[in-house]
Design a protein around this ligand. Structure first.
Ligand code: GLA
Length: 364
């Protein structure tokens, strides 16, 4: 089993060697699995009502984005490491909304790796599993993602958010003590179809920024090493787009550090204010929001009892995350009619309860 994640703050900072603060959710991907004595691999997705089957060694890359690329990509990467001694059969199911922005693909990858680890009894630290799963996104799904989602799914702990330094991969589990407040996730019900190309384009724009800053300071390896003063000082040498992309990443890194301190200190007001600022920066500078997400965030931010609200994940659809007083949840739900009126979409809303930790369902 591996859970999905909601990112509390720190968007598009991971592949810039920066900081992120995700936490797992109480939904995930479940796999039933058993080894075979021959080299046949057979995987059933209950959600899609489909089976994929082949013999180890005759692997053919599935269409990028097809559910099976996340499963078979993991199998293939592990096989290349010599860790898959025989075929197996597996059944996959889950209760994460696929494509909704809660990292269902990372959960599928992580659950697959943990299931195979259980039946084939190999040793691999969770951080290495996360890196392998990230490689699967790059090689089999064509998304040049950072490591946040795979790391959160595999290493996130119940009742904690995970503050990850994406350069060193050192992390701190920060207890999430919300008192009368809750984390609410609202799904825009907008599918993120163009997200892969837009995502890779954002990554390239960040790299363009790094190339300039490097000319002045060769020690700059990523936007992590750049300050807002530097962005401002070189503003005229950057295109308007690249300047705004850099400003988002550099300011978002600072917000994650401040938000982690605020969460640790129980300062939820400050945490919420940073969430709001993050959304603004993602909307205006990084341009990965969309009208639907902006509308959901706007409704939430105008509801009494909401401390902060922002889009979460890659954007272009998917979900928002909101920090709200529990007494105000009904009133927020009632306000969502304005969203349905405007977009003819019924937003899914769920209140995060006890979040899950990844692990085998049963040990073999
Ligand atoms: C997706 C990617 C992550 C991260 C976020 C944006 O979820 O998989 O690596 O870059 O987008 O923060």
């Amino acid at each position: 089993m591996a859970p999905g994640r909601v990112n509390l703050i720190g968007e598009y900072t991971d592949f810039n060697d920066g900081f992120v603060l995700p936490m797992t959710v109480d939904r995930g991907v479940y796999i039933g699995i058993r080894p075979r004595s021959d080299d046949r691999v057979s995987v059933v997705s209950l959600k899609f009502g489909e089976t994929v089957a082949y013999s180890l060694g005759t692997f053919e890359q599935p269409k990028p984005g097809h559910w099976s690329c996340y499963v078979l990509g993991v199998v293939e990467e592990l096989r290349l490491l010599g860790l898959i001694p025989s075929g197996f059969e597996a059944v996959i199911d889950g209760n994460l909304n696929l494509g909704a922005g809660l990292s269902s693909s990372a959960a599928v990858e992580t659950a697959t790796a943990l299931a195979l680890q259980t039946i084939f009894k190999f040793t691999m630290p969770r951080a290495d599993i996360a890196a392998l799963c990230q490689r699967v996104e790059h090689r089999y799904a064509g998304v040049m993602c950072g490591i946040m989602d795979q790391f959160a799914s595999g290493l996130g702990r119940a009742d904690h958010a995970l503050m990850l330094d994406c350069r060193s991969l050192s992390y701190v589990d920060i207890p999430v003590t919300l008192g009368d407040h809750r984390i609410v996730i609202i799904s825009s019900e907008v599918k993120r179809e163009l997200a892969a190309s837009a995502y890779n384009e954002r990554r390239a724009q960040c790299e363009e920024g790094v190339a300039l800053f490097k000319q002045y300071d060769p020690s700059v390896r990523a936007l992590r090493d750049v300050t807002l003063d530097q962005v401002n000082a070189h503003a005229s040498e950057l295109s308007d787009i690249v300047r705004r992309r850099c400003r988002h990443v550099v300011s978002e890194n600072m917000r994650v550090l401040n938000a982690s301190a605020a969460l640790g200190a129980g300062d939820l007001e400050e945490f919420g204010a940073l969430m709001n600022a993050s959304h603004q920066s993602l909307r205006d500078d990084f341009e990965v929001s969309c009208d639907e997400l902006d509308c959901l965030v706007d409704i939430a931010q105008r509801t009494d009892g909401v401390l902060g609200s922002r889009m979460t994940g890659a954007g272009f659809g998917g979900c928002t995350v909101t920090l709200i007083h529990s007494d105000a949840i009904d009133s927020l739900k009632a306000q969502l009619f304005a969203y349905t009126d405007r977009f003819s979409l019924n937003p899914g809303i769920f209140v995060l309860q006890d979040n899950l930790e990844a692990g085998p369902l049963v040990s073999s």
